[in-house]
Design a protein around this ligand. Structure first.
Ligand code: NAD
Length: 306
C-alpha cells in the first residue's frame, strides 16, 4: 500500500525518518510531498495513495475526490477542522487525529506567552508575576489539563470550564470546576482557550465574555483564531485599555490589532504551538502507527468521522 505524507509545513527530519521506518517495516511504501505550493501537486500525489498523513494541510472534497484509493487520512495533531469529514465519510474514508501527542508543546507555549506579556514583551519596565493569579481553563481537554498542571507549578489558582468533563475529575486534579462561562471569565486574570473550532464555538469569544474579565486580565489563545469574534475583540480592547490578548494564531486583523494596541497584544509569527521536535515526532509516529494498525486489523481508535 502507498502511504503519502503531504505536509506543506514539513515534519522535523527525525519524525519523517521514524514514519518511514514504521511504514516500510510494515511492508508499505512511503511517498513524501513536502513544502508544496500548488494544490494540484497534492491532487496528483493523492491520486494513487491508500493512506494519507497531513498536518494543517486542507483535505477538501476536491482532494478526497482525487484520491480514488484512499482508505484512511490521519491529521497528525489535535484539531481536525482542516479535514472535510463529510466528504471523507461519503467515500468511506476513515479520518483520524492523534490526540494528546502535541499537547505539552502547546501548553508550554501558552505559559510562555503569559510570561512574555506579563513582563512587558521583554522590554524594560515593571512587570507582573503569574504566582497568586487565577487562570481559567476554557475546555479541559489534553492541552487544558497540562496548562492547569503547569500553572499550579507557578503557584497559580486554577479554575476550569468544560461541560463534557466530569467535574469530579477536574477536582481530582486540584482544579476548581466552574458551572458557567461567565463565572470562568469573571474570575480569570489569565484565560487560556482550548476549545476546538466547531459550529458552536466559532466566534463565541467576544465582548460578552471578555468584558467580564478582571482588571488587567489577559486572554491567551492557543486554540484557533476562528473561536474569536475579531470585530468584537477590537471593540473590547478599545473599551478596556487594561485588557491584553496573546495568540498563537494571528487574527485576520492582526496588523490592525498590533498597531492599535501595541504592547497589549502579541501573535506568534506563524502558528508554532506544536512546533517542537518532540511534538512533531510524537504526532508523526502516532499517525504512522495508527495507519499501520488500521491497514492490518481495521482498528479505528481515534476515528473522528463516526
Ligand atoms: P481535546 O480534544 O483533547 O480537548 C478539547 C476539549 O474541549 C474537550 O475536553 C471537550 O470536552 C472540550 N469542549 C468541546 N466543546 C466545548 C465547548 N463548547 N465548551 C467548552 N469545552 C468544550 O483537544 P486539545 O488537544 O486539548 O486541543 C484543543 C484545541 O487546541 C484543538 O481543538 C486545536 O484547535 C487547538 N490546538 C492548537 C495547536 C497549536 O499549534 N496552537 C496545537 C494543538 C491543538
Amino acid at each position: 500500500m502507498k502511504v503519502l505524507v503531504a505536509t506543506e509545513k514539513p515534519f522535523a527530519k527525525a519524525a519523517v525518518e521514524g514514519i518511514r521506518d514504521i511504514v516500510e517495516n510494515a511492508g508499505h511504501k512511503l511517498a513524501l510531498l513536502e513544502k508544496y505550493s500548488d494544490k494540484q501537486e497534492l491532487l496528483d500525489a493523492v491520486a494513487d495513495s491508500d493512506a494519507l498523513i497531513v498536518r494543517s494541510d486542507k483535505v477538501t472534497a476536491e482532494v478526497v475526490e482525487a484520491a480514488k484509493n484512499l482508505k484512511i487520512v490521519v491529521r497528525a495533531g489535535a484539531g481536525y477542522d482542516n479535514l472535510d469529514l463529510v466528504a471523507c465519510s461519503s467515500k468511506g474514508i476513515v479520518a483520524m487525529n492523534t490526540p494528546g501527542q502535541n499537547s505539552n508543546a502547546v501548553a508550554e507555549l501558552a505559559i510562555g506567552m503569559m510570561i512574555y506579556i506579563s513582563r512587558n514583551s521583554f522590554t524594560p519596565g515593571t512587570g507582573g508575576e503569574l504566582k497568586g493569579k487565577t487562570i481559567g481553563i476554557h475546555a479541559y481537554g489534553n492541552v487544558g489539563r497540562i496548562v492547569a498542571e503547569l500553572a499550579k507549578g507557578f503557584g497559580m489558582n486554577v479554575i476550569a470550564f468544560d461541560p463534557f468533563v466530569d467535574p469530579e475529575k477536574i477536582k481530582a486534579d486540584g482544579v476548581k470546576p466552574v458551572k458557567t462561562l461567565e463565572e470562568l471569565y469573571e474570575n480569570s486574570n489569565f484565560l487560556s482557550l482550548h476549545i476546538p473550532a466547531t459550529a458552536e464555538t466559532k466566534k463565541s469569544v467576544g465582548t460578552l465574555l471578555m468584558s467580564k474579565m478582571p482588571k488587567g486580565a489577559c486572554l491567551v489563545n492557543t486554540a484557533r483564531k476562528e473561536v474569536i469574534n475579531e470585530e468584537e475583540l477590537v471593540t473590547v480592547l478599545e473599551q478596556r485599555p487594561d485588557l491584553k490578548y496573546v495568540t498563537d494564531i494571528a487574527a485576520d486583523n492582526q496588523t490592525l490589532l498590533n498597531e492599535k494596541f501595541a504592547g497589549r497584544v502579541f501573535a506568534t509569527a506563524k502558528k508554532m504551538g506544536a512546533e517542537t521536535a518532540e511534538a512533531n515526532i510524537n504526532a508523526g509516529l502516532a499517525a504512522a502507527n495508527q495507519i499501520i494498525k488500521f491497514l492490518a486489523t481495521g482498528d479505528r481508535t481515534f476515528q473522528v468521522n463516526k
